[in-house]
Every structure is written in C-alpha cells, then in structure tokens.
Design a protein around this ligand. Sequence first.
Ligand SMILES: Cc1cc2nc3c(=O)[nH]c(=O)nc-3n(C[C@H](O)[C@H](O)[C@H](O)COP(=O)(O)OP(=O)(O)OC[C@H]3O[C@@H](n4cnc5c(N)ncnc54)[C@H](O)[C@@H]3O)c2cc1C
Length: 328
Amino acid sequence: MGEGEVGMSEFKGVWVFSEMQDLMLEMLTKAREIADKRQSELAAVLVGFNVQDRADELIKYGVDKVYLVDNQTLEHFRLEPYLSVLHNLVVSYKPEIVMVGSTRNGKALAARLATRLDVGVAPDCNGLNVDEQGRLIGERITYGGNAVAKIAFRVKPCIVTVPSRVFEKPEPKKQDGQLVKLDVKIDESKTEVVDVKPLETSSVRLEDADVIVSCGRGLEKKEDKVLLEELANVLGGVVGNTRPLAEDRKWFTEWVGLSGHKVKPKLYIACGISGVIQHVAGIRDAKVIVAVNKDENAPIFEVADYGVVGNLYEILPALKEALKKQLQ
Ligand SMILES: Cc1cc2nc3c(=O)[nH]c(=O)nc-3n(C[C@H](O)[C@H](O)[C@H](O)COP(=O)(O)OP(=O)(O)OC[C@H]3O[C@@H](n4cnc5c(N)ncnc54)[C@H](O)[C@@H]3O)c2cc1C
C-alpha cells in the first residue's frame, strides 16, 4: 500500500513548485481553478536563496500561502537537496495535489518525489481537470502525438508535471497571501557543483518569442541558416527548427515540438518542414502559421493559415526583401 493511501482525506491543498518563476506563475491559473473546485487552498513552494522577491510576486499573483525555504545551499537547483526539502514538506503538510513545472529538473524531481512517496506521477500534462467525482484528471499527448491520455490517480498526493506556456499567467489580484518561512532539514548532497555555465542558446527563449522562423530538413546546409536568420531579423523574431536538425545534424541544441519546446508565437513560419504530428504538437498554440514547402501535399499545409508551395531558397530571400520594403 502506498504512503498516499493511508487516510486519503487528510490530504488537502494544491501546491505548485518550479525552479523557474515564470512557469510557477503560469501554473497558478490552473492551480487556482482546481483549488477552488476542491475547496482547498493554493500554496506555492519556494526553494532557493535570497528569493524574497519571488515570494512577494507569488503573493501578488494570488497564492494563499508561500512555503519558503531560503538557504544558501539551495541557491542553484540540485536534485538531492531540492528533493529532500520537497519530500519533507509534502510529508509534513500532506497536499492533495502537487504541480511541478515540467523542466528537465522538474521532471527528474517529480519522478523521484513520487518514488519516495510510493505514488504516481502524470508527466507533461497539457490539461488538468477535476471530474464529477472530484478526482484530478491529467491529460497528456501520447502515442507520438496521436492520442490524448486521461490519467486519474489511485493514491495521494497526485503529482503532475506541467510544461511551460500551457497555461497563461493570471492577472495579479488579491495580496493577502501568507508567507510561511520554514527551516527544513536538508539532506547532505552526494554530489558537488564544480562549475555552472549558462547553456549557449539564442538570446530569446523560443517559448517567449513572438515570431519564429523555423527550418526543417528542407534546409540543405548548416550555413544556410543565415536565410532564416535574415528573415527573423527583419521580423524581430528568432530561429527555430525541427528535431532532426538538432539531434541528427547537430546544427542546433534545441527544437520545437512534442519532445522539445512548445511555442506560442504570434507568427510561426515553417520552412522546409513536413509538419508531422510530433512537430505540429509544439506549434498548436501559434496564432498564425505560414508554411513554405516545395511539396504541395506536405501535411504542414493542413495546419497552416497561409501556405507557399515553392523552394525555400527562392521564397525566403524574396519574402525578406518584400517585407523590408513594406517596413521601410
Ligand atoms: C517520439 C518522437 C518524438 C519526436 N519529437 C519531435 C519534436 O519534438 N519535434 C520535431 O520536429 N520532430 C520530432 N520528432 C521527429 C518527427 O517524427 C519528424 O521526423 C521530424 O519532425 C521531421 O522533420 P522535418 O520536417 O524537418 O523533416 P522531413 O519530414 O524530412 O521534411 C522535410 C520537408 O522539407 C521539404 N523540402 C525539402 N526541400 C525543400 C526546399 N528546398 N524548399 C521547401 N521545402 C523543402 C520537403 O518537401 C519535406 O516536406 C519526433 C519523433 C519521435 C519518434
């Protein structure tokens, strides 16, 4: 029997946790809706060092409570100490639902937390609802993007992870949330951080970009990225790409799609991208999709708002020049 099965009714409250403040704020919208349906409180767990400003912001965005663990050893995310803190808090306060931001760190943390508690975890939920019986139902895309799995939980706490940009940040509102400063026992870490280096990526996160000019295997050489960069510069956007360009060709470190970044730009220009479901799953929330592909039967045209059938090597320079003239 799982730890969570003992006295199920004693589990109460919805918690959000992420080492990324933006993601934490985004989760609050859904967390508040669920907390209201479950008639319970919404709390954020804040772990770090000198993070009072983050706590103030969470209160501004409407959490009922912030559990704050502020300690120098927690300055940078490390799995073992963060896990030890979160586990201690969950065991002490028994939340019913724990929403963890689905970053690489968050996913590792949620899986280990679930293992320690002997409960389940629903990863990468794009939807969360409470059914008629009051159960939390997590929804996640599965079978390579061809189906949506609905997941209910047998034991509590219910742990889910939520990717960024799935939910909108709420409007700031009431500010009467309570700050609970905690001095939690932190287990010794078996690892030591020797150095921290930022990952070299484009200056704007793909998730935050308003315009993305994206390329796929239609791009023949790495140097041809300049075509995309030039168009992106004219539009004030960034360059994105499909997974094979990162994983197979190593031209990029990240990619857009089901297993990569889910993006939400105002404009997504897909160049030389076939538009299979795994890529499209990451661009569903784009406001306008423009596709450039030489194959008129490419599936990308099924999701595109505007389509250009043609060779990207001719279309992109022409598009850039036309836009430059328009914007002058
Ligand atoms: C579990 C799993 C997860 C995955 N996750 C992702 C993911 O998150 N993101 C992702 O992108 N992929 C993902 N994939 C890979 C995915 O299945 C596809 O293989 C990939 O998206 C195809 O990339 P592409 O469109 O660049 O290439 P292709 O499918 O090869 O398409 C290239 C397109 O370029 C067109 N083209 C060629 N030359 C030109 C030209 N000169 N001008 C104009 N058009 C041209 C062609 O007509 C074709 O449509 C995943 C796969 C699996 C199994």
